[in-house]
Ligand binder design. Structure first.
Ligand SMILES: Nc1ncnc2c1ncn2[C@@H]1O[C@H](COP(=O)(O)OP(=O)(O)OP(=O)(O)O)[C@@H](O)[C@H]1O
Length: 256
């Protein structure tokens, strides 16, 4: 990465295994803050697996083992001193299917700040909930129905609620695993606009099946194939002038 000042996450020589099977091979990548980084590649190439290493989400999968080094602001996230609950607040995650808690809209957003002790008073909590919902572009649609169930919202609104929930604990990085794959084109466009607005504050890493989406929302793109990272660079370069034959074949639709 040319400008080291905005380096947020660095990974070196990362391997991931599910039992005997190796899913990720020797991936080294630097992720910048205030940028959107897209991971693309054919199904099964390891994009989601690698994304989940960045906040230790793979810890929850039995038989999953990780080698190599992943640093957040220079600190090894797999070191024994790392508090995983804190880590997942700093590196939040939004999943493929919107997964609001079976609670009110308000409680969905307030839950994280409450367990992390971020609000001393009800007024503080109200302010965090409002700010997070505003930042996620949802406030105007829900401000009069904060007590309604989060699950009663439309799919696109639920996904923005999940983004508000991630934002509420003041993350530094937001990981998004195909966040639009369950949404219609209008809801997808709304999320893409939101990603663009949010990138000024966070490092955003998005896994997407859609090359068009990667081209629209990201500044950097990494192309994965068979567990390896084949090429990583400026999104415009990856899509117009890739170095590697395999990248060229993928972006021209020769396989996928
Ligand atoms: N929990 C698991 N246990 C065992 N193998 C797994 C597990 N999760 C993923 N894999 C395997 O690891 C490899 C990478 O899968 P992963 O889901 O990371 O790929 P992906 O590029 O995100 O795929 P897709 O685009 O289809 O979601 C695949 O071969 C997959 O079968």
């Amino acid at each position: 990465m040319s400008e080291n000042s905005n380096l947020k996450i660095s990974t070196r020589g990362v391997n991931v295994f599910y039992g005997e099977k190796q899913a990720i091979r020797d991936v080294s990548i630097d992720i910048a803050t205030e940028h959107v980084t897209a991971f693309i590649g054919p199904s099964g190439c390891g994009k989601s697996t690698f994304l989940r290493t960045l906040n230790r989400m793979n810890d929850t999968i039995a038989g999953c083992r990780i080698e190599g080094e992943i640093k957040l602001d220079g600190e090894d996230i797999y070191s024994s001193g790392m508090d995983v609950v804190q880590l997942r607040a700093r590196v939040g995650m939004v999943f493929q299917k919107p997964n609001p808690f079976p609670k009110s809209i308000y409680e969905n957003v307030a839950y994280g700040p409450r367990i992390h002790g971020l609000a001393a008073t009800k007024a503080d909590m109200d302010a965090i909930v409002e700010k997070s919902l505003r930042r996620a572009g949802l406030w105007d649609e829900v401000k009069d129905r904060l007590a309604d169930a989060g699950t009663a919202l439309s799919g696109g609104q639920q996904q923005r609620l999940c983004i508000a929930r991630a934002i509420a604990v003041s993350p530094e990085v937001i990981l998004m695993d195909e966040p639009c794959s369950a949404l219609d084109p209008i809801a997808t466009a709304r999320i893409e606009e939101l990603i663009d607005e949010l990138k000024g504050r966070y490092a955003i890493v998005i896994v997407t099946h859609s090359m068009q989406q990667a081209a629209r929302v990201s500044q950097r793109t990494a192309f994965f194939h068979l567990g390896s990272m084949v090429e990583y660079g400026e999104t415009s370069t990856i899509f117009t002038n890739p170095r590697e034959e395999r990248t060229k074949d993928y972006i021209t639709g020769r396989y996928g």
